[in-house]
Design a protein around this ligand. Structure first.
Ligand SMILES: Cc1cc2nc3c(=O)[nH]c(=O)nc-3n(C[C@H](O)[C@H](O)[C@H](O)COP(=O)(O)OP(=O)(O)OC[C@H]3O[C@@H](n4cnc5c(N)ncnc54)[C@H](O)[C@@H]3O)c2cc1C
Ligand code: SF4
Length: 543
């Protein structure tokens, strides 16, 4: 082990005390205070918050411990493995494409290759059932999360505009907005201005100036390939090294396959597999921070005689109400060069279409972004999702530098038929594979149509000729939703399982609704809030 910590080497074994080479000699062989499954966005934040107050924390992560300098490459194809690649079975009227576009695997989870767009939800997102009469209310309102949004913004130095015109938080963000913005973002802002649509430079969890030993962004545009310079926030480069500094242990390449209960019905341990060998880790409290599909799969696979339909599933809700965001892209050709590959992909945004406007014929809304793309992403999207082949595809790609692109982040309403179940087929760990069923509802489809028309109008107003619409989905949420009523939800407002008091679920899996904007600011705020609550309850010995 190196004698001094090198902030650029994040492999766990490079840190003193972080991990022993052999899994039979772990840091907390008897029992940890908290065992966290998944070292993604939520898992990394919770590990940091809990280890900081002296709790003995073990995080168990299915994927590897990435080293940005040696494991990341400025290469779209090579970096596909940052997503969850294991086979899942998909069906429904709109089977989800699952992979790098909507998942993460390895320390940092989705935060390693996310785009860094940081948008708190609006008040209305938490009260959909009350206001719209459909979907679900969250068990708390925006005000409850507000201090935690503000805490995270400072903690990771979110850059953004001084004035943000939508939602309840109107700025300023802690770090100055990005400057200069990409040509694609300029184009979007010009189009919006000509149509009277308000737009801003996007709030980003990407350094606009040096922060915490990490440099500002150099605008090379490989954020979705994992940021090599470490300018973009990920839990891998921020929360995880700090958590390790406070004593947390990270066990990587370890797939958790089951949660075990004791005779009183409390969570006792998790079973995990590393290189074909099974291990057990006990904890006073178990946290599942394993995201939207793997969390329900793990609970369904942990059924016992007392829990025949899966753990925490007395409501029958585990696996249900899975939501992606609709995420169609519209490409337009411009006379002048735009060069979509340049810079952070998203640098301009409007939320003018976020809230319900009944005259549009659907409820809820969407966020629009200028959205850069690299050539492989563009050509794959055109070929696979827009039906553009052969000569047309070749000619379009030869003109790559002349295309601009916008994207939507559209709310998808919760529907219990959109769900994760266990397939007959088993994977390499002997676990039944996830079977994921998804169909858009009528409201979702109307909303997509509206957003696509709006994007075309903006592109036209900016001087472009809209040519291709690429259908896509992004951002998974739900599957173990939170709610006040144990009859129709899996966890309460503290992310604590209704059925098993010392089992917490903290990730995008607990979202009861998807919101009309990017979700991860809310994942982060929830993780900070859950940690605070857990620390208080552990002190009082009530969990
Ligand atoms: C390409 C891309 C771009 C995105 N851009 C944005 C953006 O700009 N803004 C935004 O708000 N959101 C964005 N997102 C979404 C964001 O990444 C997720 O919302 C966020 O990472 C969810 O955090 P989480 O903690 O719930 O899950 P994750 O970060 O996915 O973490 C879950 C972790 O659990 C691990 N795991 C799962 N099952 C097991 C198991 N059984 N045993 C052990 N470990 C397990 C996984 O390997 C993973 O590391 C983007 C996502 C992608 C894929
Ligand atoms: S554009 Fe900025 S945030 Fe993205 S990979 Fe490059 S340095 Fe990192």
């Amino acid at each position: 082990m190196p004698e001094e910590r090198d902030p650029h080497h994040h492999h766990a074994c490079h840190y003193d005390g972080a991990r022993y080479d052999d899994l039979n000699h772990r840091k907390y062989p008897q029992e940890a205070d908290v065992v966290i499954v998944g070292a993604g966005t939520a898992g990394g934040i919770m590990a940091y918050e809990l280890a900081k107050v002296g709790l003995r924390v073990v995080v168990i992560e299915a994927g590897p411990f990435w080293n940005p300098q040696s494991d990341f490459a400025s290469d779209e194809l090579t970096m596909k493995h940052l997503g969850w690649q294991d086979t899942r079975l998909v069906d429904g009227q709109n089977p989800l494409k699952l992979g790098k576009n909507n998942s993460g695997r390895g320390v940092g989870g989705g935060s390693v290759h996310w785009t860094g767009v940081y948008l708190p939800f609006h008040e209305s997102d938490f009260r959909m059932k009350t206001v719209e009469g459909v979907g679900a209310d969250w068990p708390f309102g925006y005000d409850e999360l507000a201090p935690f949004y503000r805490y995270i913004e400072k903690e990771i130095a979110v850059s953004g505009p001084k004035k943000f015109p939508w939602g309840t938080f109107n700025g300023p963000f802690p770090y100055p907005e990005r400057e200069p913005i990409s040509a694609n973002a300029e184009m979007f802002r010009i189009g919006c201005e000509r149509l009277g649509i308000r737009s801003v430079v996007t709030p980003l969890a990407i350094n606009s100036a040096p922060f915490d030993g990490r440099p500002p962004c150099i605008n090379r545009g490989f954020c979705n390939e994992g940021c090599m310079p470490n300018a973009k926030y990920s839990s891998l480069v921020h929360h995880v090294p700090k958590a390790i500094g406070y004593g947390a242990e990270f066990l990587t390449d370890c797939m958790v396959t089951q949660v075990e209960l004791d005779e009183r019905g409390r969570a006792k341990s998790v079973i995990f597999t590393h290189e074909g060998v099974e291990y057990r880790q006990r904890g006073r409290v178990i946290v599942l921070a394993s995201f939207a599909i793997e969390t329900p799969r793990l609970l369904l696979n942990s059924k016992t005689t007392g829990h025949p339909d899966g753990l925490c599933n007395s409501s029958g809700t585990v696996g249900k109400y899975l939501m992606p965001h609709s995420s169609h892209d519209v490409y337009a050709r411009f006379e002048q060069e735009i060069r979509l590959y340049k810079g952070t992909p998203v640098m301009a945004t409007t939320q003018d279409f976020y809230e319900t406007q009944l005259d549009r014929g659907f409820i809820r809304g969407y966020t629009l972004h200028a959205h850069g793309a690299r050539p492989v992403a563009m050509s794959t999207g055109l070929a696979r999702d827009a039906g553009v082949w052969g000569r047309r595809l070749r000619e379009s790609m030869l003109d790559f530098n002349h295309y601009g692109r916008l994207t939507m982040v559209g709310e998808v309403l919760p529907d219990e038929n959109n769900r994760v179940t266990l397939a007959e087929e088993v994977d390499e760990y002997g676990m039944p594979m996830a079977h994921v069923t998804f169909s858009y509802g009528e409201n979702d489809l109307k909303l997509i149509d509206h957003a696509v028309e709006q994007m075309k109008s903006i592109l036209k107003a900016a001087g472009g000729e809209p040519e291709f619409v690429v259908s896509d989905t992004a951002h998974l949420m739900g599957g173990t939703r939170m709610g006040a009523d144990p009859e129709d939800s899996v966890v309460n407002g503290w992310c604590q399982a209704h059925d098993v008091p010392n089992l917490f679920i903290c990730s995008a899996a607990v979202f009861p609704t998807s919101g009309s904007g990017n979700p991860t600011a809310t994942v982060m705020a929830l993780a900070a809030r859950t940690s605070k609550h857990m620390i208080e309850e552990l002190k009082k010995q009530t969990i």
